[in-house]
Structure formats: C-alpha cells, structure tokens
Ligand binder design. Sequence first.
Ligand SMILES: [Zn+2]
Length: 347
Amino acid sequence: MVLPITSRRDLFIVGAAALPALAACAAAAAETSPLRLITRPQRVFKIADLPRERTEAWFVFVIAESNAAVHPLPSRLMLSYFTGQDEVARSEHWGAALSAMVVQGFPAPPNTFWPFGVRVISRQPAAANVDRMRVRLAFDAAAPVEADVAIGTYAQRTELIFPFRGNGIITQGGAANAGHRNGSGQFAIDALGLSENYAVQKTASFAANTDLLGFGRELIAPAAGIVVHARGDRPDQPVPGESNEEFHLPEFRGAGDPGNHVIIDHGNGEFSMVAHLMTDSLAVREGERVTQGQRLGALGNSGDSFAPHVHHQLQDGPEWTSASGLPHRYTNVASQRLDRGEFFVAR
Ligand SMILES: [Zn+2]
C-alpha cells in the first residue's frame, strides 16, 4: 500500500505580519538596490542530523522585499557560514541549481512586493558550530543585496507528550527532512495512528476516513496551558487520498489550512498547535486551562489533509500564520528522531 502523504505542497506563509524589520536578519542592502532581504521563519534554528552524520541542518526562505513593483531574479547566490567572526564555509549557486531554489508567488503584505524567495537548506558539520549565515544575491541588471541571518540552537522549555497515545508512523517531519516548510511548521510532525500490530487500515479499502485505524483516536494536550484558539466546526475531507480545496477555508487555500485545531499557550513563550481534528469532536474551548494529557478532541481529516492524521507543532507565538516554529521532542516517545517513515510508540 502506498502511504498517503498528508500535505501536498510546500506550505507558504499567509497573513504575514510584523514587517518589515527582522531582529535576526540585519538587512544590509546595497544603497542602490530597491530590495532588502527578510526571512521566513523570522527565527532560524538548526537541528542535529542523524547521529552518525555529525552534521546540523536548517531551513529558511530568504525573501526579497521591495516597496516598488520590481521583478528582478537573481543570477547568483553566495552563502557564507560563520562561527563568531570566522568564516568557516562558503557555497555558491547559479544556473539550474539556483533556479531550483528560487520560488515566486509568495503572498506579500499590503503595499509590499515579494518578487521572489530563495529556499535555502543548509547542512554543515556540527563541530563547526555555525551561528550565522550571510546571504548575498547578485543580479545581472541590479545591485547585489545581502543580509546576515542568525542561526540559533533552541532549548525546548516545555516537557511535551505526543498528542495521542499508542502506535503511529510519521508521514511528515521537519523542513530539513522534506517536511513542512511554512514558518511556524518548520519542525511540525504529521502522524497516522496505527493499530497495536502497526496496521494503517482496517481493510484493503481506502475509500472512507473510517477505513483508517487512526481516525477518531483521542487527541490529548501535549502539555498544560491555556487554550488560545479552538475550532471544531470544519468538515472532514470526505475522501482519503486527496486534499480537496473545497474543504479548505478560502483564506488558507493553498496555504496549509489546519482545519479544526487547538492552540495552547504553555505560558513560557511556547505554544502547541494540534490540527486536523475530526469535525465536531472539539472537547475544549478558548480561554480554558488544560492539563497535560487532557482530551482535546479526536484525530480527523479536516483542512489541508490527505488522510486522517494529527499535526503537531511547537511555535513561539499564538498565531500559526506568523509564529516561528521551534524544535521539540516528546518525553513519552523512545525515538528521538521523528522523521518521515519512522514508527513510534507514544506511552
Ligand atoms: Zn502537517
């Protein structure tokens, strides 16, 4: 059986707020360039790759921003990596390699133009301890533009448990592992619920949500906090295997509609979003204080979802459309690598 992937496209940032300044990205645009560079997410964190690799990876969209409707495309990208003041590595991209990294069509905020973004996945030896990346873009007919991007290491504050108990399989992990790429979903996980013997489906049929064993599984609060968003009225996608835009909210069409979801403020600058709940299964309301493990609702297939699954992310603000994603682990899952294709047991 082909496992369904649970989101079909790169997830772009919508409703972007808090422009233009980026604390972590001191734009140093050349005087004559109409462009400046910003990043999504605004805060960039690196994570360790598989232990054997002894490398660290990070993912960021570097977006060209302008007050005027200009349409330049870069001819060359230079990335320099720093540890403190020392440059420790450098890479350059042009031609087909650069074209493959350039993305157009980002929805820019009002009175602002985002002619293109560059999708940067970096991987450097962990021992190099890179803490800054300099991005320089050159153009055939415009002045170059460059910016420094701080590369952080995040120390998770909240002890999280997985949002369901039992067996599961990760269908999407973090951005550096071909997973979610929107700003707040950088380190999100998608998981299907499996039976005790790791079956995905009840029968050979894959025609209805109820054919999936995880559909309806209890979803629980990963940690205590206050519910700042709770929505439960969105319909489930009726047919597994496709994410029909008719069932997305218009404002999130093509942008990763979370469907029914709960966002919990853990009270320390960290927020959990648990998404794609089954329609009308919501068991909490906005303003409610929840305890770790408290029922939030049932695993469903609402929003931009290809099959009944749960999406969980840790983020640094209450709005998933503008927050930055935070790397996180679970205390009740033995595997510390929740990458695509990993089976796990949440105790
Ligand atoms: Zn997801």
